[in-house]
Design a protein around this ligand. Structure first.
Ligand code: ZN
Length: 296
């Protein structure tokens, strides 16, 4: 009798341990930026057996982000790692190289290379901000859905359903952007921002985009950059320049101040979301929401 109850107890213990274990072992998809995390969440919506984690929270600048010890642990445990590549996560390159035996998805490799913008001022590298053209982003979404289906074959049908619905939403977003931005007159089609995150956006919607800082926030800007930008603002009678949620406001304030001394009043426009989504309570906490907030 005693042996029997001991066995039962042991068995109960083993089952309990197995349960805790399986909870801990829920496979994770670990994305670097919140924008990539959102893509994975959309495609895996309803798939309760998989958890999606984004390493960088709202307002975090990926160009400057350094992985924490906790991030390294999350990455090493991940079933699938999603990163942007094209040097967006500039300080994590070495870390990605070390994770070679892991399953990784690199968004920059998923798009047609001919559609990438060559940023010659940045050592001949490609501009990494590929999410700002919804039609280009569709290529990433399609490739990511295939990768997720291969990684989680049981969720294949669900992922394909989510993909179909999301592609429709991205198409609608693109059409709405065209309608909204069509009203801007030719001379006013200039977007001035703190760093050059919007080149793909500019190409997609025929808007000249000028950033003070180039395509990475790691680059220092000099007095010449400020004066060039000021000249452009004065010549085009630009009325507003924009700050970004993941870049300090002081860089663009220097431009406004300099334009003012040249006798041209330019306003600080609203905050744009560039390399990170808004926080959970904001309307920019998803890719679609972020885009709508930026364009409005
Ligand atoms: Zn950027």
């Amino acid at each position: 009798m005693k042996i029997k109850s001991f066995t039962a107890l042991a068995l109960a213990f083993i089952i309990a341990a197995a349960c805790t274990n399986s909870r801990q072992k829920k496979p994770t998809v670990v994305a670097t930026t919140s924008i990539l995390g959102d893509a994975a969440k959309v495609l895996l919506q309803g798939a309760d057996s998989v958890a999606v984690v984004s390493l960088m929270g709202p307002g975090v600048d990926p160009h400057l982000y350094k992985a924490s010890q906790g991030d390294i642990e999350s990455l090493s445990k991940a079933k699938l790692i999603i990163y942007n590549g094209l040097h967006l996560e500039g300080k994590m390159t070495e870390l990605f190289a070390k994770l070679k035996n892991k399953r990784v998805f690199e968004a920059g490799k998923a798009v047609n290379q001919a559609r990438l913008i060559n940023a010659t001022e940045f050592g001949g590298a490609y501009d990494p901000h590929i999410w700002f053209d919804p039609m280009l982003w569709q290529e990433v979404i399609v490739a990511l859905s295939a990768e997720l289906s291969n990684t989680f074959p049981k969720e294949r049908d669900l992922i394909s359903k989510n993909l179909e619905a999301y592609l429709v939403k991205l198409n609608t977003l693109h059409q709405n952007n065209i309608l909204l931005l069509d009203n801007i007159s030719e001379s006013q089609r200039v977007l001035i921002t703190a760093h050059d995150a919007f080149k793909y956006f500019g190409r997609a919607y025929n808007i000249k985009v000028v950033g003070l800082q180039g395509i990475s926030t790691t680059a220092e800007y000099g007095i010449k950059d400020v004066s060039n930008l000021v000249q452009l603002i004065v010549e085009n009678e630009v009325k507003a320049v924009f700050v970004e949620s993941s870049v300090p406001v002081r860089s663009i304030e220097a431009v406004i101040e300099a334009a003012r001394t040249e006798g041209h009043a330019v306003q600080l426009g609203g905050e744009l979301y560039s390399d990170a989504l808004g926080d959970a309570n904001s309307e920019a906490n998803t890719y679609l929401g972020m885009f709508q907030q930026n364009v409005l």
